[in-house]
Design a protein around this ligand. Structure first.
Ligand code: NAP
Length: 381
């Protein structure tokens, strides 16, 4: 029930009430705001205009906002808050959830394993059943499952329980693959944003400042609310200081095979060597030890996904192999020279001439020895 309390107050010099001749003749309550946006009413009795009494309303049901600007700011903040569901609440899912919660978003989670107590400690509502989670109508679903399990998990989502325009986001370390499975499996009324935070719980444990965040707005509806929702989601990473990089999924995969996949591969090769810290570590060696630590803390599923689901990875692996072989040849070639000098140095100084290697013609056809002699004479002169 509305409670209105009225008190007589002295006329406020700062805020004079409006007067109209009609109000003056009837006697009435006239509303007005003072400079602090407090609502006042003046009571103007019909006959005795010299003894006007000013009445102030103290309360109407609930308290009026004390500071109108703060009220507007808080309304705006509320409108930019999202309900985010993380599907796949492992290592990386939990890492992201902490930032989402810290920024005031409502976070739900689902995973194959039971993470109820971890979720509680972070401030996340955990749902073992995907149906229960979807019935909470999250604004955004973030797929944070291993690359290799993502398609089957996506297919198991009860899409019919979601709001029709839910935004689907993935954070997989490869990009063409989730883009394609989203496009194949999600009805056209769902929005799609493919992203890759180029950092993890190790490399981003202190801050996300200046760390790259790659995104591709694959399919976003034209409505204002959808555009704003995507921006609100991206803002989470912007606010943490990430370097926002918009590029296509295909571009991402090309760059990532040559950088991220090579990094993980080198880390895993070095891990197999079981490197140990020494009392005389150089800076370079420390970097290698850090690389082993960084890449070794990621699951093998993740590494395997980088290989299996990025079509450029195989080529990079072959290039790595060739580069290693070439380097070994260079080393052994030098060693061979030294040994030759030790073995034949004197003889060579004394007039022995090593036969010149035959140059190959441009088309690479092998030459018979007699042809080679003629070819060399022709081309060396
Ligand atoms: P991950 O080994 O790639 O993925 C683990 C997650 O996948 C867990 O939530 C796990 O669920 C779930 N999962 C695995 N197999 C499953 C299956 N058969 N069915 C259902 N769920 C399954 O490790 P991660 O580091 O947490 O990475 C998660 C995603 O984030 C990956 O796509 C990865 O590429 C991406 N990412 C990771 C990093 C990073 O630094 N770690 C950085 C950027 C992006 P349970 O735990 O419940 O078993």
């Amino acid at each position: 029930m509305a409670v209105i309390s009225l008190t007589s107050i002295q006329p406020a010099a700062a805020a004079q009430p409006p007067t109209t001749s009609a109000a003056a003749s009837r006697g009435s309550l006239l509303p007005f705001y003072n400079c602090r946006r407090n609502l006042y009413f003046t009571f103007s009795p019909p006959h005795d205009r010299r003894h006007r009494r000013r009445l102030r309303i103290h309360a109407i049901d609930a308290a009026q906002p004390y500071d109108y600007e703060a009220f507007l700011v808080s309304r705006f903040n509320q409108s930019s808050k999202l309900k985010i569901a993380i599907v796949g609440f492992g290592n990386f899912g939990q890492f992201l959830a902490k930032a989402f919660v810290r920024q005031g978003h409502t976070v739900y989670a689902h995973s194959r394993s039971n993470y109820v107590s971890i979720a509680q400690s972070i401030g996340v509502a955990f749902f073992s059943d995907l149906h229960d989670l979807c019935e909470h109508h999250p604004d955004v679903i973030v797929m944070c499952t291993s690359i290799i399990s993502t398609e089957s998990v996506l297919r198991s989502l009860p899409l019919q329980r979601l709001r029709r325009n839910t935004l689907f986001v993935d954070v997989l370390s490869v990009k063409e693959f989730p883009k394609n499975i989203f496009l194949q499996n999600l009805p056209s009324h769902f929005d799609i944003l493919c992203t890759h935070p180029m950092f993890g719980p190790e490399s981003g444990k202190h801050s996300w400042q200046n760390l790259p965040f790659v995104f591709d707005k694959v399919r976003i509806g034209n409505e204002e609310s959808r555009l704003v929702r995507v921006d609100n989601f991206l803002d989470i990473f912007k606010k943490e200081g990430c370097e926002m990089v918009e590029m296509t999924c295909a571009e991402h995969d090309r760059y990532a095979a040559g950088s991220q996949f090579i990094t993980h591969t080198m880390g895993r090769i070095l891990e197999k060597l079981q490197l140990e810290s020494t009392p005389i570590n150089t800076k370079g060696y420390e970097t290698l030890l850090n690389l082993v630590e960084n890449t070794g803390s990621d699951s093998f599923d993740l590494y395997y996904g980088l290989f299996m689901y990025n079509e450029n990875a195989m080529e990079e692996l072959e290039r790595l192999d060739l580069a290693f072989e070439a380097l070994k040849k260079e080393l052994f070639g030098h060693l061979h020279e030294v040994l030759r000098k030790q073995l034949f140095g004197k003889a060579e100084e004394g007039g022995f001439r090593r036969p010149k290697l035959a140059k190959l013609p441009k088309n690479g056809t092998p030459l018979l020895p007699s042809q080679a002699e003629a070819y060399n004479t022709q081309n060396n002169n």
